[in-house]
Design a protein. Sequence first.
Length: 221
Amino acid sequence: MMKHIVLLIIFSSSLTSCFKSVDQVDAETTVLVQPFEGMEKDLVDTVLLTFKEVYGVQAYTVPSIKIPDYTFVNIKSPRFRADSLIRYLRDSIYPKHDQVDYVVGLIDEDISTTKYSDYSSRSIKSPEYKYKDWGIYGLGFCPGKSCIVSTHRLKKGTTVENFILRLKKVSCHELGHNFGLPHCPNKDCIMQDAAETIKTIDNVELHLCDDCRKKIGLPIQ
């Protein structure tokens, strides 16, 4: 069965919904944060700590790696394909770490994907020239073993403090998709669909709503 991919322009995605299966998350769940070259260590450490605080999982990192050359495109501007990156993380990085349940890639470069109006038929959203190579903040399999988050767009037009908060939210959102969580209608939940605006990210809270917590087996706060 074809893997579904959830697009997030930042939490945004009209690609497809998650499968019905949702993983159960607990203190034994282990997440590897894999930085690509150019990522600042302080930001990597921030994401690690955030995963532990929000999801209660184990998280660790490894040295940064080179961005695969084949993921580069220059359709509208120089970018790296997010769909290729999450497949690379799933197929080449995840198998190297026996004790890891999920791999979260962090990259400082701009990333993109194709945005579909109907994912099953591969119908590109109109206008096609705009959405064929659509710049995004992150992308993740839903459910699945890998996701990618880019800092490139998150740092624009804001303070350092808010940029870091955006990074925390997007990282938790993408990992949530890996767990199998779909977009959530709760306006405060970190799993809300951003609907193609950064304002949604700025408005949501850095936590899951009770419904989303219950789905992955986390206690209600």
